[in-house]
Design a protein around this ligand. Structure first.
Ligand SMILES: [Zn+2]
Length: 283
């Protein structure tokens, strides 16, 4: 399901085969191939962790941004393995109150913060887990409506739990985590959740889509967090944080889009047999 991204071609002219550079001599094809492969291997270890040719450090904040919201991300063990489309590394470098948990389910012992709040809920730190309702009987509350109905004092330091994985893995992870989370956390969704009757957007249709999403309303982890922080952060700080995170995502999409072959987007129609209500009963 995951797309293996192409490394960028050096199309900025620096490595054109007939180009000369500062030494005054024309490079041989071997020299240029060596330089090209060397640049492909360079990794931005001190920053974003991506290949140097597609470094997004200029788009990251100079230091992680403090927020009122504490973020806990359960990420699937496969999600970061060689996946250059993963948005989690950029997220972790952008937000200060960020906790990453590697695994397939949340339970007691995974996160000291969640353990503490599960045993002793805080009046100002509600725990919300972000995952859309995937069937007609909606299990998730709309985050914006929840925030509007909840006094600020009762949500001044919220904890937001998100799942970073492919959609099929994320559904399994949510289901496996429910016995723990349902004791003290509320399921929320953003933007009305997903529409299983409509195909999701592709990179050709949106500057915020890194890889083809299965359904309309599905978004990447970094976009989901950006949208949620816009709602959760007090004093209108959320809009600026959202825009900063979306700028990082747009930079990643722009790098990716340069190296995709254009294809005709499929008609976004309701598929036969894919009606509302067809979902995993456990979510
Ligand atoms: Zn970088």
């Amino acid at each position: 399901m995951e797309v293996e991204p192409a490394l960028p071609d050096e199309d900025d002219g620096e490595f054109n085969s007939s180009a000369s550079h500062g030494c005054g001599f024309r490079c041989s094809d071997d020299d240029q191939n060596d330089r090209r492969s060397q640049r492909r291997r360079e990794i931005c270890w001190q920053g974003c962790g991506r290949p140097a040719a597609i470094c997004i450090c200029p788009f990251l904040p100079p230091s992680p941004i403090p927020t009122s919201t504490r973020l806990v991300v359960l990420h699937h063990p496969h999600e970061l393995r060689g996946n250059k489309l993963a948005t989690l590394p950029a997220l972790s470098r952008s937000l200060l109150l960020f906790e990453s948990v590697r695994g397939r389910r949340l339970r007691h012992g995974c996160s000291p913060l969640l353990d503490s709040l599960s045993l002793s809920p805080s009046p100002s730190s509600p725990v919300l887990f972000l995952f859309p309702s995937l069937c007609s009987s909606r299990s998730a509350q709309d985050l914006a409506r929840w925030a509007a109905d909840t006094p600020l004092a009762a949500r001044s330091e919220p904890v937001l739990v998100v799942f970073d994985a492919t959609w099929s893995h994320a559904r399994e992870m949510v289901a496996a985590s429910l016995p723990f989370l349902s004791r003290f956390a509320l399921q929320v969704e953003i933007g009305g959740g997903c529409d299983l009757g409509l195909e999701g957007a592709s990179t050709f249709e949106s500057d915020l889509v890194l890889r083809k999403e299965p359904w309309s309303g599905c978004v990447s982890t970094i976009e989901a967090v950006a949208r949620a922080l816009r709602v959760l952060e007090p004093d209108n700080r959320g809009a600026a944080i959202e825009e900063m995170l979306l700028a990082v995502l747009r930079a990643m999409v722009a790098f990716q889009a340069r190296h995709l072959k254009p294809t005709r987007p499929r008609l976004r129609m309701r598929k036969k047999g894919q009606e509302q209500g067809e979902c995993s009963p456990s979510v």
